[in-house]
Design a protein around this ligand. Structure first.
Ligand code: TMP
Length: 214
C-alpha cells in the first residue's frame, strides 16, 4: 500500500482554505484516492477543546500561553490523526498546520521564530507536510470576505489591520523559503483557484494521481 500524502492548506483569514479543501477532497474521491479532511487547532477531541480555548477565551491570553496551547493540540493531532491516516494510505488534507504558527505566533505576535521552530519540532515529532498550499489574498480583502461571512469574530479575526498584514507578510516569506510550499493566488472564483491547486498537485504527485486523474 502507498503511504498517503499530507497536504496542509495555509493562509490568512478569509482566503478560502475550507472551500478549496472540499474541492480537492472530492477530486481525490473521484480518482479513488482516500482522504481525511481535518483542521488545526483541532482534529482530535482534546484539540477541539483547546481550539475553543484559544479562539474564544474571554480573558487575556499571553502569546506564550497561546503558542503552547496550539502546540499541545498539535502533539495530539500528529499522533492521533496524521500519522495513522498516512500509515493507512490516506491523504490528509489539513486546514492549517505549522506554517500558521510561524505566521501568527511568530510574525503576528512577535515570538522568536527559532524558539517556535524548536518547540514545534518537539510537538510535531518529525511529522511534516509533503506540500503546503499557501493561499494568498491582499490582507484587507481576506478580512473583508470574513466580515461578509457574518460570523462573530474570534480572537484572531478581532486583531487590527497591522496584525493581519504581518501575518500575510510572514506567509509570503515562508512560502518563498520552503521547497515544499507553493504560493497560490486566491483571487477569482473558487473553481479557478481549485484549478490552480489541482495543477500543482498533479505536477508534484504524478505517480499517486496516475498522470493527472485528479
Ligand atoms: P480558522 O482556521 O478557522 O481561520 O481559525 C483558526 C485560527 O487559529 C486562525 O485565526 C489562525 C489561528 N492559528 C494560529 O494562530 N496558530 C496556529 O498554529 C494555528 C494552527 C492556527
Amino acid at each position: 500500500m502507498n503511504r498517503g500524502r499530507f497536504i496542509a492548506f495555509e493562509g490568512a483569514e478569509g482566503v478560502g482554505k475550507t472551500t478549496q479543501i472540499r474541492l480537492l477532497a472530492s477530486s481525490l474521491e473521484e480518482a479513488g484516492v482516500p482522504s481525511v479532511v481535518t483542521r488545526e487547532p483541532g482534529g482530535t477531541s482534546i484539540g477541539e477543546g483547546i481550539r475553543d480555548l484559544v479562539l474564544r477565551s474571554a480573558g487575556p491570553v499571553p502569546p506564550e500561553t497561546e503558542l503552547l496551547l496550539i502546540l499541545a493540540a498539535r502533539a495530539a493531532f500528529v499522533r492521533e490523526v496524521v500519522a495513522p491516516s498516512l500509515a493507512a494510505g490516506k491523504w490528509v488534507l489539513s486546514d492549517r498546520f505549522d506554517l500558521s504558527t510561524f505566521a501568527y505566533q511568530g510574525h503576528g505576535r512577535g515570538i522568536d521564530l527559532g524558539r517556535i521552530e524548536r518547540l514545534n519540532a518537539y510537538a510535531a515529532g518529525g511529522v511534516a507536510p509533503d506540500l503546503y498550499v499557501v493561499l494568498d489574498l491582499a490582507a484587507d480583502e481576506g478580512m473583508a470576505r470574513q466580515m461578509r461571512a457574518g460570523k462573530s469574530p474570534d480572537r484572531f479575526e478581532s486583531e487590527g489591520a497591522a496584525f493581519h498584514r504581518a501575518v500575510r507578510t510572514g506567509y509570503l516569506e515562508l512560502a518563498e523559503s520552503l521547497d515544499r510550499a507553493v504560493l497560490v493566488p486566491a483571487d477569482g472564483s473558487p473553481e479557478a483557484v481549485g484549478e490552480r491547486i489541482r495543477r500543482e498537485i498533479v505536477a508534484r504527485f504524478p505517480e499517486t494521481l496516475r498522470g493527472g486523474a485528479v
